[in-house]
Ligand binder design. Structure first.
Ligand code: ATR
Length: 263
């Protein structure tokens, strides 16, 4: 795994737990790689014969031109979070979008759902792509409305606007991809904007119960923490590499153990 800064990543714990459970003889290591060393790091990974490489922030876009091939989905999203070595070739994929979509689909179907995505950065791109792929009606709202408009245009979302429009938009599914709530007790939207019956998912997982999720629960909405997005995208990484189904509960438990924030 390549990331910068190193931070408190749960990925090694999740992948190692899965390797143990499946009897896969492999190690998963996290390397703190600053942007100016990314090219060297990919060359090094090639030389060392790494089989699967996870790519995290801030490298998900910069890594594309360094690979031998990038699958169609990752190219459309514009970000690679997974590299799999196939023979001598390094092939880029994106599993972030699928992690988000599968997490929601554990709770409800997305076809025809009215979905609002908060944020217009890299995380939002994958989520918006996934929701559209599953047939949801998607509106992108962002603090900087112009970025929301640009993202909506690029991916073909149905609407876009600024965050304060949340109060006037009805939705069945709300996904926060902004960093608001990360290690703070803030929410990107007022509690009153959340209706009972909605499903609210927060990509923020530190803390696991963010202010947004607590507000949503108090309003009678269903809630989903960012943990399952991470577990499910990691499970897909493992499947791409090995073709095997990942032990989700084992990986989720490893996530909890590695987290400084209780579930
Ligand atoms: P990532 O790749 O993780 O999505 P990013 O590209 O830096 O990271 O995007 C961060 C997102 O969080 C953006 O949508 C950003 O809004 P702006 O485009 O207006 O910057 C949003 N964000 C960050 N801090 C915010 C805050 N205090 N209030 C509202 N939105 C915020």
């Amino acid at each position: 795994m390549l990331l910068h800064p190193a931070g408190h990543t749960r990925s090694p714990a999740m992948h190692r737990a899965a390797y143990d459970a499946l009897g896969i003889d492999a190690v998963y290591l996290a390397f703190d790689v600053p942007p100016e060393r990314l090219e060297d790091a990919i060359r090094g990974a090639r030389a060392l014969g790494a089989r699967q490489i996870s790519v995290s922030l801030p490298h998900k876009e910069a890594v594309l031109p360094l690979l031998d091939a990038v699958d169609e989905t990752a190219r459309r999203i514009g970000a690679v979070n997974t590299i799999v070595r196939t023979g001598e070739r390094l092939v880029g994929h994106n599993t972030d979008w699928l992690g988000a979509v599968q997490a929601i689909e554990r709770e409800r179907s997305l076809g025809g759902a009215r979905a609002v995505v908060l944020g217009a950065g890299g995380a939002a791109r994958g989520v918006v792509f996934g929701l559209l792929e599953r047939g949801a009606h998607v509106t992108v709202l962002n603090r900087t409305a112009d970025r929301a408009h640009a993202l909506a245009r690029a991916l073909g979302a149905h609407g876009s606007g600024s965050l304060d429009e949340i109060g006037s938009i009805g939705f069945d599914v709300l996904v926060n991809t902004t960093s608001v709530g990360l290690r703070s007790d803030e929410s990107p939207v007022p509690a009153a904007a959340i209706a009972a019956g909605a499903l609210v998912m927060d990509a923020v997982y530190e803390p696991q119960r963010t202010r947004l999720l607590r507000d949503a629960q108090a309003r009678g909405a269903r809630t989903l923490g960012g943990k399952w997005m991470l577990v499910l995208q990691a499970a897909e990484q493992l499947r791409l590499w090995t073709g095997r189904e990942a032990p989700l509960d084992v990986m989720a438990a490893a996530f909890d153990r590695a987290s400084p924030y209780p579930p």
